[in-house]
Design a protein. Structure first.
Length: 237
C-alpha cells in the first residue's frame, strides 16, 4: 500500500481536508464519505483492505480538519465538497461509499454528477431526512467531533424534510451495494423493499451481529462483502 497523504483543497469558505492512499493502484478509485459528524480519518484503516484501489476519504465542511462557512449546509452544499476534492485530485469516475448521513450526501452528489458514478455503496441509511431542530443540536453537541454551536446550528437551520429515493430511479442500472446492520433501527424491512425497487441492479447484505456500524464487530465479513462487490465491478469494466 502506498503512503497515505493529507490533501487540502482551497474553497470559497476555507480548506477542505481529505486523505488519499493507494494512489498508484490500478483498480477503480473509491471515495468514502463519513457519517454526520465523521471525519476522513475514520476510513483510514480501510485503505489497506482495498489496496488494489486508489482510496480517498473526505472530511466534509466543519468536520475533522476542514473549515466551515457561516452558512451553506444543505445536502447539496455537502455534495459540492465531494466535487471539490475529486476535481482537485483529477478523479473522474469512482465507486462512491457513504456511511449513515454520509450516504445521503453521497447520493446528492450522484444525482448532480451521475457521469462520475461507477457504483454506489449505501451503508445503513435510508435516503430520507427530517429537518433537524433544537433536540438534534443538543444531542450532537456531546459528540467529540462537534466543533461549535454555530456549526451545529448551521446544519440544523439548512436542513429540510427530504426524500431522495424517487430521484434515484435514474440509477436503476447502476451497481449498488446496500449494507444494513442486523441490530440497527436506521433501516427497516420496508425501507429495504423500497430501495430494492428503485435500485434494480442492487445487492442487499445484512450483517446479523452489527448495529449501525456495519464494519463491526465482524470486520472480516464486511471486507469480504465489499471486496466481492468490487471484484464483480472490476470484471465488468
Amino acid at each position: 500500500m502506498s503512503e497515505i497523504r493529507d490533501v487540502f483543497v482551497e474553497t470559497s469558505f476555507g480548506r477542505l481536508h481529505a486523505i488519499y492512499g493507494n494512489s498508484k493502484a490500478k483498480g477503480i478509485p473509491m471515495v468514502f464519505i463519513p457519517g454526520m459528524l465523521g471525519k476522513a480519518e475514520d476510513w483510514q484503516n480501510d485503505f489497506a483492505s482495498f489496496s488494489e484501489h486508489p482510496c480517498v476519504a473526505i472530511s466534509l465542511r466543519g468536520r475533522g480538519q476542514s473549515d466551515f462557512p457561516a452558512s451553506g449546509f444543505s445536502v447539496y452544499d455537502h455534495a459540492n465538497d465531494i466535487q471539490a476534492v475529486v476535481e482537485h485530485l483529477g478523479i473522474r469516475r469512482f465507486v462512491l461509499v457513504g456511511f449513515s448521513q454520509g450516504a445521503l450526501y453521497a447520493v446528492a452528489y450522484a444525482l448532480t454528477h451521475p457521469e462520475s458514478i461507477v457504483a454506489l455503496v449505501i451503508q445503513d441509511k435510508v435516503l430520507k431526512q427530517r429537518k433537524f431542530g433544537k433536540e438534534w443540536v443538543e444531542r450532537a453537541r456531546t459528540h467529540p467531533s462537534a466543533k461549535s454551536e454555530q456549526f451545529l446550528w448551521g446544519i440544523a437551520n439548512d436542513s429540510q424534510d427530504l426524500n431522495l429515493l424517487e430521484e434515484c430511479r435514474r440509477f436503476a442500472k447502476t451497481p449498488t451495494l446496500i449494507l444494513k446492520g442486523g441490530h440497527s433501527a436506521m433501516m427497516m424491512d420496508e425501507d429495504l423493499i423500497e430501495m430494492k425497487d428503485v435500485f434494480k441492479n442492487s445487492k442487499i447484505e445484512i450483517f446479523p451481529l452489527s448495529g449501525h456500524d456495519v464494519s463491526s464487530p465482524d470486520y472480516d465479513l464486511y471486507v469480504r462483502t465489499m471486496r466481492s462487490f468490487l471484484k464483480k465491478l472490476s470484471q465488468s469494466h
